[in-house]
Design a protein around this ligand. Sequence first.
Ligand code: KG4
Ligand code: ZN
Length: 342
Amino acid sequence: MNVLGIETSCDETSAAVVTNGTNVRSCIIASSRDAFSLSGGVIPEHAAREQIRSIQPVIDQALTQAGITPEDIDLIAVTRGPGLLGSLLVGSVTARVLAALWKKPLIGVHHTLGHLSSTWLSVPDPPQFPMLTLSASGGHTELWLRTSHVHGKLLGQTRDDAAGEAFDKGASMLSLPYPGGPSISQAGELGNPLAFPFPHPLSGEETLDFSYSGLKTALKYTLRDLPPAQHAERVADLAASFEHAICAHLIDRVSRALCHHGDVREVHVVGGVSANRRLRTMLSDVCGDRPVRFPIQLLYCTDNAAMIAAAATFLMQERPHETIHTFETAASLPSETVFFFQ
Ligand code: KG4
Ligand code: ZN
């Protein structure tokens, strides 16, 4: 099955052709993120205008690179939410128009289901259920116990900021460019991760939920109490310690969940934060001999259309009779709707 995926939930415009959910024949990503490097975050109206400029060339390039014509497409899949409404609408309106013109079925995919499916892209050996999947990006931080592509239990989620959001806000406080994850990692590469003792969020509670607003406030007070002359010279230690604290909280949840769910066969980490090198190193220590998987390429960690095409393929395979081809595009979509079309 050849699926044309389209993903436009934030500041990336992406189109991809994926065969049978794993064979990525093309994955084109145009990003307007450089325009936001100094603003500390995405400006929604600006991002939507960039989506309009990029969407058609990106789709054309995806088809050309895959070496196929619209006749070869079996299904069109588009992100239905959550995300920035203007950006989402550019993708979904385009997908609806193409589906009507080319007479192809169309389905809307929850953005998180895309991330959850990203560990299947370009891998020779398919992952084994049940698995524990940590999904951490700029918009969400969740821990899932998955028994199939369409069945899973949400074990925990953030009560306030997402992990990627903590990186982005922390970078802004440290005067580092957006997106904060890569810039904090780079700034902290030679820093001491234990130089500044940041708190352990929700440490007194028996929960698998996450919380990042306290860490953000702790960084704010640390900076307030540090003589201004030291801000620049201690930035490596500050960045390394803040990054370590964010990762330690994620790792703690994975480790606790593994204690409760001994039947888990693999541990997966997806979403933009899964690109983090410190997180990858720290995680291998708590997973024992269980395989730990990250998306096989860094471009599959952050937003991309290949993961949306893969998710649509698996939904069609596991729920062939329940496929709903009408859907609403929405900026907010609860996690409970991740496995459903509608
Ligand atoms: O999944 P994604 O591309 O978009 C959303 O769905 O939000 O994730 C973007 C987030 C940003 O907050 C960015 O700072 C973070 O992922 N990120 C990273 C890294 N690369 C991107 N965080 C930590 N380390 C990285 N290397
Ligand atoms: Zn995402």
